[in-house]
Design a protein around this ligand. Structure first.
Ligand code: HEM
Length: 443
């Protein structure tokens, strides 16, 4: 393929469309040392354009540059069909988006390619806002995704994006355009599942503990202890949800290992649900950390609570120091603090600015080995907190187990499975499979 690269330095680029996006892009291109020409239906009355840019008719503008940015809405693409001869062998950059998914049978960029079959259409820049284009890349807005069928055309667009300060991710051929066009329509896609889970678990445990603690006491003793909702109940719900969600970060990893061991290969795809679950582990972990923070903050205020001070005053009789209780409470606080310390470390190292500074080995050491250690400390903290509660029938109000016992189910399963996977014979097989070895089934 030969693209018409005739313009002398500074390179002249063409933009169709003088709306917000077209103007912002033009300004940024001018600031980056390009010359810009706008193509407009009404070149003499098209509204303000950035200083230094020219405005011409669509035909004249298209003829003057080798790269044309199409900054107009898809509904107005029709006229480009008549311009097809002038757009022959030009790189057309489709920056458009739609208002909702599946609005049209084909992606905007594919439609553009159909209208101008001899042009080289590249989908790019559609995930950036006019604001981000005008002000330049910021940490959250540095990435430009592109796709297209011509490698040379993609290289030309990559060069422009790089010169504007963006980093480029090539997503393949033009058939990926629909996926790119759906990106801006997604609201926190990887957060959706963890948020729903956090909300569901919080609601479940809130009502579970409300029934067991507050309603049970009212029904059996006619005592109103509803004030405990604000701190005592919250300080049960938050750590319980945090512990379960932390365990849910590590459960897919062990399930994946079991799959690999069972299948005897790493080359078969995991089921979709497991893939999706693995992809949102970071978000699960960060939400779990937020809940742990709340637990620690609530714990800090325990000594200054009126209810606690009142209870201490009432029970102010002298009794012998019980060293077992002292051991138990010190140990569970200590486990909690160690667990929380590592939890924070995991959270910090999952931030892109920190993880980018780590090698893959360092990152996986922290997220995997230290991650399981965090889960162990937090689980142990909860076991020590529970101590012998599980033996006392008075804790099974209305035949229901205390919340902390339920919270221990998933973490205990994860830790036992992980321990089994660490057995030398199992670990050896798994390592071989992960290094590419495959078990051949007898014919
Ligand atoms: C319970 C302290 C970190 C999970 C408790 C309790 C205290 C405490 C005082 C008893 C609360 C009550 O009487 O209702 C601490 C301290 C921590 C810490 C000082 C660190 C600075 C963690 C972490 C987790 C966790 C990181 C894991 C997510 C739990 C659980 C309970 C609990 C599940 C039982 C809640 C219940 O049902 O009452 N912790 N904790 N804790 N903690 Fe922690």
């Amino acid at each position: 393929m030969d693209i018409l690269l005739t313009a002398p330095e500074p390179e002249l680029l063409c933009i169709f469309g003088t709306g917000d996006l077209g103007r912002s892009l033009g300004q940024r291109l001018l600031q980056s040392g390009y010359k810009v020409v706008y193509g407009s239906r009404r070149p003499h009355s098209c509204g303000p354009v950035p200083q230094g840019a020219q405005v011409m008719s669509h035909t004249a503008a298209a003829q003057s540059a080798s790269v044309v940015f199409i900054c107009i809405q898809r509904e107005h693409y029709g006229f480009l069909e008549q311009l097809a001869p002038q757009l022959k062998r030009k790189v057309l950059v489709d920056v458009s988006n739609n208002l909702r998914k599946n609005l049209y049978p084909e992606a905007n960029a594919e439609y553009l390619q159909r209208l101008t079959p001899e042009a080289y259409v590249v989908k790019a820049f559609n995930t950036l806002s006019a604001w981000a284009l005008q002000n330049g890349p910021s940490d959250s807005n540095r990435q430009v995704y592109l796709c297209g069928n011509s490698t040379e055309a993609k290289e030309a667009v990559t060069e422009i994006a790089t010169r504007l300060g963006f980093s480029v991710q090539d997503r393949g051929s033009l058939s990926a355009a629909r996926e790119l066009e759906d990106f801006p329509l997604q609201l926190f896609p990887l957060w959706r599942l963890p948020l729903r889970l956090a909300f569901g678990l919080t609601a479940f445990f809130f009502f579970y503990l409300l029934t067991r603690d507050v309603i049970y006491t009212y029904a059996t003793q006619k005592k109103d202890i509803s004030f405990r909702i604000m701190v005592s109940l919250a300080n049960k719900v938050f750590p319980i949800v945090s512990l379960i969600m932390l365990a849910l970060c590590y459960l897919p990893g062990v399930i994946a290992a079991v799959f690999q061991l069972y299948r005897g290969t790493k080359y078969r795809r995991f089921p979709d649900w497991l893939d999706r679950w693995m992809l949102c582990r970071k978000q699960l972990g960060l939400l779990a950390l937020a809940f742990a923070f709340l637990h620690v903050l609530y714990t800090l205020i325990i000594p200054i609570r009126y209810y606690v001070r009142y209870k201490i005053m009432k029970e102010n009789q002298t009794s012998e120091l019980d060293t077992t209780i002292a051991w138990r409470s010190d140990s569970y606080y200590s486990m909690g603090i160690l667990g929380f310390g590592l939890y924070v470390l995991l959270g910090i190292t999952s931030l892109p600015s920190v993880s980018n500074a780590l090698s893959w080995r360092e990152f996986s050491f922290i997220q995997s080995k230290l991650g399981y250690l965090t889960l162990f400390f937090c689980t142990f903290h909860t076991y020590l907190y529970g101590w012998d509660m599980f033996l006392r029938s008075s804790y099974y109000k209305w035949y229901t187990p205390p919340g902390y016992m339920l919270s221990l189910l998933v973490p205990s399963v994860v830790l036992v499975l992980k321990l089994l996977l660490l057995l030398p014979c199992v670990d050896r097989s798994l390592t071989r499979i992960r290094q590419g070895w495959e078990r051949t089934e007898p014919q």
